[in-house]
Ligand binder design. Sequence first.
Ligand code: ADP
Ligand code: MG
Length: 402
Amino acid sequence: SIASSDSDKDSPDAKQSVPEDSINVVIRCRPLSQKEIEAHDASVVTFPGGGQILLSGLDSIIHGDNGPKTKQFSFNVVFEPRAQQPDVFLYSGMTRLVQMAIEGFSTTCFCYGQTGSGKTHTLTGPPGMFNRKKPIFLSPFCSQFNRKKPPDPLHPDHGIIFRSFLYLFSLLQDRQDVHYVLKATFLEIYNEKVIDLLNNTRRSLPVRWSKKSRSFFVENLFTVDCEELDDLLAVLEEGMRNRSVGAHAMNDVSSRSHTMLTISITSEQLMDNGVYITKAGKINFVDLAGSEMTKKTLSEGKTLREANNINKSLMVLGYCISSLSDPKKRGGHIPYRDSKLTKLLADSLAGSGVTLMIATISPALSNISESLNTLRYAARAKRIRTKPIIVMALIKRTNYSH
Ligand code: ADP
Ligand code: MG
């Protein structure tokens, strides 16, 4: 894991694996927006139940007499427009991710969908949920920031991230026998540059390979030790603030950039035989660039190299997902190394981690081709098989002098 690369712990010497699993893919369809209602945009998505989702009105984009008018997809869970934020947290499988991260697994929750479909809403809530103007001066050591008023924990619009934090702390409180260390980082990938959202110099940071942890990591990323819930919230707030500051300076940045908030959870438990077991788990929350970006870059007639960066990460993620879902394709080669985002997500996608993909769609006829693309992409991701492993170290310590 990233966290263990700078620790003085022994390198991983034990791997514990759990039965084969697949990527958990859920769909969330937002309600028609006020604007869409006023424009008399029709809703083309219906929900027959049992994880089914039906897209109708396809004759508006697929012409010809033989084309299908409707298409049905099936997923683990489908959230209808009336689903509320707590429903999405409770029934998406996110609680399992939090539990597994505590047990030492690498977990990732990512939102995929066109701009305006509800990715940020699902992760953090509606615009203005975290609308701080003033910066929070974070310290690498917890509880030393200057913010006075914490966000209201009972606000109904909190997204999956805030709810995961609450749940994480409730679980840790029940495990007084284990010592946990939490660290948080928050970054943005824009034009293939990694920018630290907790340190607003907006300088690009290098992504390097760590031999020890056998994964990629971002060098010099500002890392905050989080002892209390409030520390995690300060990280979330400050990162969101820096993101919107950046979005203001550069046009359209939020639809073109990816953000990744990582909570690493290291645990140390003393066993009866005097051996300490340490485990390093983590949760990545990834808010991807708008899925329409892939097509836009390609349709400008540029090659992947020329399109340089605008959305290389998103395209390569697509290639990785399609190669993973059909290992016979491309001779089993998964091009993780071809983009910053896929390097950082490799250990989750490679099948050693646990991944939740939330694909967000709009119900409107005017967005039907994007919704179709998103559902197809999600259907492909569902076919990926994974074999999660716990990375842990057994450390035998000589007695401390007491
Ligand atoms: P994205 O991040 O995918 O570009 P947003 O999350 O910003 O999209 O959503 C666009 C707008 O739609 C926001 O105002 C958001 O609050 C609203 N919205 C998105 N999903 C929902 C939902 N499920 N319920 C109510 N409003 C939503
Ligand atoms: Mg967004």
